[in-house]
Design a protein around this ligand. Structure first.
Ligand SMILES: CC(C)(COP(=O)(O)OP(=O)(O)OC[C@H]1O[C@@H](n2cnc3c(N)ncnc32)[C@H](O)[C@@H]1OP(=O)(O)O)[C@@H](O)C(=O)NCCC(=O)NCCS
Length: 383
């Protein structure tokens, strides 16, 4: 199998294998998703494996950032991974993912993220479960009764792409969020052009929602705000829909402040869609992430990463004053031993006690690393 980047004019060539992998898409939905992914196509980041002239595998590397404790780290969002049904089970998926991992490094992304439809193939290449996209069902009436004052809010369209990206970035930085992804201006232009998605922009917040459940419910795809005032005002706008929509399915962090606003909170229906993380370049990933400013931690690490040998070897990890450093070392004593799965899970805030008991981390004294990497990673985007 020979893998190469497809040109933007070749995008329809992956549609058939996509349909065979994920189900057919009506023309309008295909056009919409291809339009939203236009920056990926134009950047030559959609790849296909050819065998005997035809496409047997494909996958995309979206150019994104991901916030980790409020700092944006360059990240590749892996999507559209397919192998033709008649070619599955003979190692092509693994070869494609090995190739894409190398390309993540070539593009200079210290991190990569994906939503797995199956786990085994990704684990075998160093990926590990790290966070989730959460959808929580809320009664629209509970949102209607949120006390809110009026704040200046305006409808947002494609021409607001840069401002929307900047406002959302400031919210995640200020909240010291971990997990949400950042899109570039071009992708935002496409998202804000989607018909039937309604977007509102405030000075320090953003809301987008659409109708769902045959127009009997609303789905909030994103509502983020830095101040309580704006947060209340945007949720109150959603709540005004309670006369026609009984339920609101909201894509939010499990620690989103909206969950502390309604007067009543009882049984909750939460839908979790897991995502996996891969640390591609360990020193760069550690060096660009944010950390809690009051936490100091350090440990000798011994990393064994067969797919990314540059990550392998003895390192000294130091975290202090909100900054992290991973530097090569000669190795001494009893280092904390990790593979890429353990490293990726640690990076995402999985506590050391969990990592030890699941066999993802061994040796050394690693307890101080848990508070340094502590996070409840979430995502507001599916790709
Ligand atoms: C998932 C997919 C890409 C795997 O491609 P493939 O060429 O069959 O995979 P490989 O032959 O390289 O197998 C790699 C590993 O994944 C495992 N695997 C493959 N398909 C699997 C499945 N459906 N369930 C569980 N494990 C699976 C294989 O057993 C193998 O593990 P092993 O080496 O430990 O035995 C392919 O089945 C596919 O296109 N599926 C439909 C679309 C999809 O799910 N895409 C992934 C989106 S994240």
């Amino acid at each position: 199998m020979e893998i190469r980047a497809l040109g933007a004019d070749e995008r329809d060539t992956v549609r058939d294998n996509g349909a065979r992998a994920f189900g057919p898409m009506p023309d309008e939905a295909w056009e919409r998703s291809a339009e939203a992914a236009r920056p990926t196509w134009e950047a030559g980041r959609w790849f296909a494996g050819f065998d005997g002239g035809g496409i047997v595998a494909s996958g995309a590397l979206h150019d994104m950032t991901q916030w980790w404790h409020g700092r944006a780290v360059s990240m590749a969002g892996v999507g559209g991974v397919t192998v033709a049904p008649e070619e599955r089970g003979r190692g092509l998926g693994r070869r494609l993912m090995t190739d894409l991992l190398d390309r993540c490094a070539e593009f200079g992304h210290p991190l990569a993220m994906l939503y797995p439809a199956t786990t085994r193939i990704y684990r075998s290449l160093g990926w590990e479960h790290a966070g989730a996209q959460h959808h929580i069902d809320l009664p629209a009436e509970a949102l209607r009764t949120i006390a809110a004052e009026r704040v200046p809010v305006r409808r947002a369209g494609p021409e607001d792409a840069a401002e929307v990206a900047a406002v959302i970035g400031r919210v995640h930085a200020q909240a010291r969020d971990s997990g949400p992804v950042g899109w570039g201006e071009a992708r935002w232009r496409g998202l804000l052009a989607q018909r039937d998605d309604y977007a509102y922009l405030a000075e320090d917040g953003f809301l987008s929602y659409r109708w769902a459940e045959g127009n009997t419910g609303l789905e909030v795809s994103r509502l983020v705000a830095s101040s309580e005032r704006t947060l209340r005002a945007l949720w109150a706008i959603v709540g005004t829909g309670s006369s026609t929509a009984k339920t609101v399915r909201a894509c939010v962090s499990p620690l989103d402040p909206v969950l502390w606003l309604p007067r009543e909170r009882e049984h909750e229906i939460v839908h979790r869609t897991q995502w996996m993380l891969r640390v591609v370049d360990a020193p760069a990933a550690i060096g660009t992430r944010g950390y809690p400013p009051g936490v100091t931690a350090g440990a000798p690490l011994l990393i064994d990463d067969p797919q990314r040998p540059a990550n392998s070897g003895h390192w000294r990890l130091e975290i202090e004053g909100g900054e992290g450093r991973l530097e090569p070392s000669a190795g001494a004593g009893d280092p904390v031993r990790l593979g890429p799965r353990g490293l990726s899970a640690l990076y995402a805030g999985v506590p050391v006690s969990t990592l030890r008991r699941s066999g993802l981390l061994q040796g050394g004294d690693a307890e101080a690393l848990s508070p340094a990497f502590a996070a409840t990673p979430f995502s507001l985007d599916y790709f």
